[in-house]
Write a protein that binds this ligand. Structure first.
Ligand SMILES: C[S@@+](CC[C@H](N)C(=O)[O-])C[C@H]1O[C@@H](n2cnc3c(N)ncnc32)[C@H](O)[C@@H]1O
Length: 180
């Protein structure tokens, strides 16, 4: 019995010592995927056009990047800090044959250059959005569109707010469109 308790204690320590996905050092938001129906609405709201450049800040499993490149023929770049998510999303891009127009930068989204962006998508926490809005204020070209899921971009005033009704996940979602 004592041996079993010891084993369970070691197993629990090993389990909880693993950082959850999205909790890498420097992470400013955990991993929570945007439902695909909301991804579609975000890209529609951004009026993303073929050949435009989209950045997804904290790209998770790459679903926004893949949708932007495959459905909208955009040049899509995801920035992802988490090792496993960066690797698996890059694999998904390769499996989809989208390497020419989609890629993942494995790094910190607060240390990138977004001056070429036509569209930026964001699904991060409110405090993170404040930091991102300050960075984008310095970098974005005039007319760039920023689409945020669920949380506003700090002090910015949205040009449009869209509610996506409950998609079966038990809650509705809000999309904020900004034009800089
Ligand atoms: C809420 S998820 C959004 C994922 C994806 N954009 C989507 O909408 O499905 C936030 C993502 O940001 C990533 N992340 C958090 N801090 C980051 C940082 N400093 N640099 C790059 N990625 C980061 C997390 O690992 C996570 O995958």
């Amino acid at each position: 019995m004592r041996r079993l308790s010891f084993f369970l204690a070691i197993a629990a320590i090993a389990l909880f010592a693993q950082p959850p996905v999205g909790d890498a050092p420097g992470s400013i938001a955990p991993y929570l995927p945007t439902p695909n129906i909301v991804v579609d609405e975000m890209l529609k709201a951004a009026q993303l056009k073929p050949g435009e450049t989209l950045f997804d800040l904290g790209s998770g499993d790459g679903r926004i990047v893949i949708a932007a490149a495959s459905k909208y023929k955009a040049n899509a770049i995801g920035i992802e800090l988490d090792d496993a998510l960066a690797a698996s999303s890059a694999d998904r891009i390769a499996e989809s044959g989208l390497q020419k127009t989609a890629r993942i930068i494995h790094g910190d989204l607060l240390k990138q250059d977004y001056s070429s962006a036509d569209v930026v998508t964001v699904y991060l926490w409110p405090e993170a959005n404040v930091k991102v809005s300050q960075l984008l204020d310095l970098q974005l070209k005039k007319g760039a569109r920023v689409v945020a899921h669920d949380f506003e971009m700090g002090p910015w005033k949205p040009a449009k707010t869209i509610t996506v009704p409950d998609d079966g996940t038990g809650r509705s979602h809000t999309i904020f469109l900004y034009i800089r």
